[in-house]
Design a protein around this ligand. Structure first.
Ligand code: SAM
Length: 198
């Protein structure tokens, strides 16, 4: 397992695949353990690095992960097979915004896909969370650009960063979830779904 993780880290560098920072995945793994999280939905598998590490926290942790890029999806499947996690990780090859989920609920949702789409993913998948369920979002600092969108010259980058800034405001103002922000890795948020009955 240790070797597979190292191989995946090297593959990510060599093939320019963005994967989660070590501090951030360590934070999430600890969070899964402490909060007794059992089933997770991940948006953005890439090559399966974060899914495999999250699934490795305990024998009864399961992950459904969605990836729209075929090469990464195939690589993810290969890696899941290598660590014999076929029963723990379900890899779905589709655009997350087109996936149809029915009759499933998750303890935790991990949003780590196209950063400009964070609000759309949040709004679509919040219905599949159990009461008290968690949504974790990665890369809210976006390599230090967040909060400085007006100074960015490139139009595309400025638009992406301002979408992340809007998402942060959306989280802060959201009445259905309580969100805390963590200065870990590239910036993480943890949003807890409030219990409607309270
Ligand atoms: N979670 C992975 C890890 O840490 O090992 C890294 C994921 S990478 C940052 C983001 C991935 O999300 C990319 O592989 C990209 O192809 C995928 N992605 C982006 N938008 C998506 C969408 N709408 N549906 C499914 N996958 C998407």
């Amino acid at each position: 397992m240790k070797q597979l993780i190292l191989d995946m880290e090297n593959y990510a560098v060599e093939h320019n695949v963005p994967i989660i920072e070590k501090d951030s995945i360590a934070f999430i793994m600890k969070f899964i353990k402490t909060n007794n999280i059992k089933n997770i939905l991940e948006i953005g598998s890439a090559i399966g690095y974060s899914s495999i590490l999250m699934a490795s926290v305990a024998p009864d942790v399961t992950v459904t992960t969605i990836e729209r890029d075929e090469t990464r999806y195939m690589e993810c499947l290969k890696n899941v097979k290598k660590c014999h996690f076929e029963q723990k990780i379900n890899v779905v090859f589709q655009d997350a915004l087109e996936v149809n989920l029915s009759n499933v609920t998750y303890d935790m949702l991990f949003i780590d896909a196209a950063k400009a789409q964070n609000t759309k993913f949040f709004e679509k998948f919040k219905y599949f969370l159990k009461p008290g369920g968690i949504i974790i979002t990665d890369n809210l600092k976006f390599h230090g650009y967040t909060g400085k969108s007006e100074e960015i010259e490139s139009k595309n980058l400025r638009s992406l960063v301002s979408k992340i800034e809007e998402y942060i405001t959306f989280l802060k103002e959201n009445k259905e979830f309580d969100t805390k922000f963590y200065d870990v890795g590239d910036g993480l948020s943890v949003s807890v779904k409030k219990d409607d009955k309270k």
